[in-house]
Design a protein around this ligand. Sequence first.
Ligand SMILES: [Zn+2]
Length: 149
Amino acid sequence: MALPLLKPLFEAIDKAINEHGSAAIMKERLELFRERMQNVEIQIQEMLDRHAKEIRDLKESHAKEIATVKEKYEAAARKDLRSQIVLADGVYVPIQGVIDGYGKGPWCPKCFDEKEKLINIHRKQAGFVNDYTWYAMMCPVCNFSKPCQ
Ligand SMILES: [Zn+2]
């Protein structure tokens, strides 16, 4: 069974095979066949273009859907995270002692409040004069610093 697109081609070929015509008639048949092949070629190209556009549109639409789902998921995760931490003495700590995947903190209040990211802050030497050294909790990402013992 021929595809509808190819049917006129097969018909033109059958005509050329079955008719016992002169060289002039055969030439005419071959020219008709050639013309129909060109039409099929054009139609195939149009189909390819249409399919390429459909694929592009689908990819674009999928990318948008994925971004929307990701956004919703991240918003839910942030909301969930916010409900699991508390400000204590100026830094974030877990309400329950530890958060799966994030640990025990303490976390930078600036990074969480501004970018909703839990960044561990560390006690580091902040300065010294003679034998006296002082320390601060410092964020490795932003410039947050809080004096500590
Ligand atoms: Zn920070």
